[in-house]
Design a protein around this ligand. Structure first.
Ligand code: ADP
Ligand code: ZN
Ligand code: ZN
Length: 752
């Protein structure tokens, strides 16, 4: 039985970010049963009575009991958006740890003082093909300024006035003349900073096929019965999941409700956004990390004012303050980026489900390769499984070939390209089709090692090897430390010290040498550092300005290139050898997603997977595009080792600049947990909590901070929550390690 709290912490103004200004009140007996986090209450404040929000309930007070005032009453006439988000913050705080402050800052957009945006922008209004013809004409007439501006507008459909007159060096009179020609329009007033300023709506609706319609009908029928559920929409790549989302959204909007669509940031391309915009026009907005704080705040304000119905974005879009959200969609639900990597380390999927419960919304989780977690939940009947088994218009799934790289080596081929892949590339190039080559690794990120003594050069601040870059320098990808590559081994003095090269750059070189007549684009961490370069590379490839796209995992996410008929995976094993129990799952997902890029147009596609481990189940099942076979093996392995989703996992991290202190703090906590364990023995005394460690984190030192970890596994999530609560109390009252920070990570995605 949980005891009713005695005191409530109340915030009287959440719009200003002064979340530390929390006032404590006594809860009168009559309200003790009713009061929950998020509720709007009336409290005495100086001589007045004002409204506030309950952000925390507690039995501890730092004030003199007699001096505390009492809450006057609960406001029940309406449930403000803030109340819902604050209850969600309470849920986040409880389930993932961290402070209430951190949780509130996660869910409530904080107003920052900013000048109202009122800028002049130039935007393209002419239809694209027409504009292209116009451009050709300007070029023919040598009207270079006009051509320059129009060509820029064909890349970015709107440009700030200052950029046009400045960087593009186009005069105001030229801009006005293009305006009178109907090519562009100059906008002078924008009340909101709108990240999708002037895309044009009104695109056509696609008639759903039978499978798609069946999914939509099922969900609608449940909604009509007032039944809200979590649906897992498992649809093979290219099966038309996005169309299903849009149809469901249209229904929800017709009910007068709103929809939140989560898409991993990397898949949130112009192409994707345009599809939503094409159907729903200006009532769509997006969120992404490139928006300024002001732009983000404005988007949230538009949502709160009821000016938009749909918010598309990465996990933070979940906290859009819609008045009445009816549907939350999470596309590519298996993506690791849905887990926050900073405190509170919430998972957007679980948090979306918690939010949906608060506002009677449906949740649709979509993926071609559902996470093992979600499929397990579906198997247990907690999510409802819906399937799209066929690609639209009967396009076949691509044919997959596996190449054993060991055999290649035996027969004397030492190239990165196997003979099979090379031959198929030649075939496709000769018919003018496009190719994607995929390497699960960034840049020329090879470590530098000595061939004489085996010494590997590591970052002096972190426990990781430095990566060799082309400019003769080595870089740490954790902290950014850089140093020149040494000429001789610092350990033995040998001159045979060099980088292990198998990066995208190297592949690009090999491809250029082997296919000198083909043009290749490379997309990886290094070529996409600039803000727009990611979109530029993708659209150049989509416009068939190159034959081959070489890249890391960023090229396999959700892009639709109809002319790509061959996908090559250069070393499928690279993602298998990660020290993480999810390695097989990630490999399976990456390979399936990569394969899904091939043959999305009218010509059937092919996939070549090169690997040193052709017998691995992750690779075989990906080749056969057999999700169920993969899942069956994977879940058996998770069961055997008591890993998530069968068990839940909590990683407790102790970090400090002083290694000894981090170690002692971790020991102290481990002892506390051991003392606590008997209380967790449910089911006739059977142990339900397993402890491993403390140990060094897998990267034991980052930026001169030492990290120790404790791993806990439990059958019930709540057992882990209880451990967290216990440790937080312990930390507050008995913890002597002032220079140690403690963090909790529930069901971690990225390993410690
Ligand atoms: P997924 O998200 O499952 O990979 P998409 O929704 O992107 O699939 O659909 C793949 C392609 O098929 C898109 O170009 C889309 O416009 C098209 N498409 C989807 N549904 C239909 C349909 N019912 N009829 C015709 N084309 C469709
Ligand atoms: Zn050496
Ligand atoms: Zn470093």
């Amino acid at each position: 039985m949980c005891k009713m709290a005695l005191y409530a912490n109340v915030i009287v103004d959440i719009s200003n970010g002064k979340l530390d200004k929390v006032f404590q009140y006594r809860i009168p007996d009559a309200l003790r049963q009713k009061l929950v986090i998020g509720m709007q209450v009336v409290v005495p404040f100086g001589p007045r009575e004002i409204k506030g929000y309950v952000v925390e309930l507690t039995d501890q007070t730092e004030y003199e009991e007699a001096k505390l005032k009492e809450i006057r009453g609960i406001l029940t006439d309406s449930v403000p958006v803030e109340s819902r988000l604050l209850s969600l913050a309470g849920w986040i705080r409880r389930n993932y740890g961290g402070t209430m402050n951190q949780a509130i800052k996660t869910v409530i957009p904080i107003k920052k003082k900013m000048a109202k945006a009122e800028k002049k922008t130039v935007r393209l209004i002419m239809e694209r093909t027409e504009a292209k013809n116009q451009l050709a004409e300007f070029e023919r007439k040598h009207q270079t300024a006009r051509a320059r501006l129009l060509s820029a507008l064909l890349t970015d459909s709107w440009i700030e006035w200052g950029v046009v007159t400045g960087k593009l060096n186009v005069s105001g009179s030229v801009i006005r003349s293009l305006e009178s020609l109907g090519v562009l329009k100059v906008d002078t007033e924008r009340t909101y900073r709108n990240p999708l300023p002037h895309m044009r709506g009104g695109g056509c609706e696609i008639a759903l096929n039978e499978e798609q319609q069946c999914v939509v009908d099922t969900i609608r029928k449940e909604r009509a019965r007032g039944q809200n559920e979590v649906y897992l929409l498992k649809g093979v790549t290219g099966s038309g999941k996005t169309e299903v989302y849009m149809e469901l959204i249209a229904g929800v909007i017709a009910e007068g409700k709103q929809a939140i669509v989560l898409i991993p940031e990397i898949a949130l391309t112009y192409q994707t956004v345009m599809r939503f915009y094409g159907r729903f026009g200006e009532r769509v907005s997006i969120m992404n990390s490139r928006l300024s704080d002001g732009e983000k705040y404005d988007q949230f304000l538009r949502a709160k004012n009821g000016e938009i119905d749909i918010m598309i974005g990465p996990r933070s879009a979940l906290f859009t303050p819609f008045l009445n959200p009816g549907l939350i969609i999470i596309d590519e639900e298996h993506e690791g980026s849905y887990k926050s990597e900073t405190v509170p380390r919430y998972h957007a999927r679980e948090t979306a489900i918690a939010l949906a419960k608060l506002c009677h919304a449906d949740v649709v989780l979509g993926s071609a390769t559902p996470s093992t977690e979600s499929f397990y939940q579906a198997e247990k009947g907690r999510y409802r499984l819906l399937e799209l088994k066929r690609r639209v218009s009967g396009r076949p799934l691509p044919v997959c070939h596996i190449v054993d790289l060991r055999e290649e080596l035996k027969s004397g081929n030492r190239s990165i390209l196997s003979r099979t892949l090379e031959q198929k590339m030649e075939e496709r190039l000769s018919c003018g089709q496009q190719i994607m080559l995929f390497l699960n690794r960034r840049g020329v990120a090879g470590f530098v090692s000595c061939r004489a003594c085996g010494h590997v050069i590591k970052c002096p601040h972190c426990d990781v090897s430095l990566s060799q870059h082309n400019n003769g320098r080595m870089v740490c990808h954790y902290c950014g430390h850089e140093e020149p590559q040494p000429a001789v081994c610092p350990s033995c003095g040998s001159r045979y010290i060099s980088g292990f090269k198998a990066g995208t750059q190297k592949i690009e070189e090999v491809v250029r040498a082997r296919f000198p007549n083909a043009s290749a684009l490379r997309m990886d961490f290094d070529t996409t550092r600039k803000k727009e370069s990611y979109e530029q590379i993708l659209s150049a490839f989509a416009n068939r300005e190159a034959d081959i796209l070489i890249g890391t995992q960023m090229i396999v996410k959700g892009h639709d290139f109809p002319n790509v008929t061959l996908v090559g995976v250069l070393a499928a094993d690279l993602s298998l050898h990660v020290n993480d129990y999810r390695a097989s799952e990630r490999t399976f997902q990456l390979l399936t997603q990569a394969a899904g890029r091939a043959g999305r147009g009218d010509t059937p596609g092919e996939v070549v997977i090169q690997t040193y481990q052709p017998e691995h189940y992750g690779i075989i099942t990906a080749k056969n595009q057999d999700y169920e076979a993969f899942y069956t093996q994977e879940i058996a392995y998770r069961k055997l080792l008591s890993y998530p989703p069968v068990y839940h996992m909590l990683v407790i991290l102790a970090a400090s600049g002083k290694e000894q202190e981090a170690a002692r703090a971790a020991d102290d906590m481990a002892n506390e947990i051991r003392r606590f364990m008997p209380a967790c023995a449910k089911n006739e005394g059977k142990r339900d909590l397993f402890l491993t460690g403390p140990a060094d984190a897998s990267v034991a030192k980052v930026n001169d901070i030492y990290k120790k970890v404790i791993y806990l596994r439990a059958a019930e999530y709540d057992t882990l929550v209880a451990v967290k609560d216990m440790l937080e109390l312990h930390k507050k009252d008995h913890f002597i390690y002032k220079n140690v920070t403690i963090q909790f990570d529930f069901n971690p995605m990225n390993g410690f």
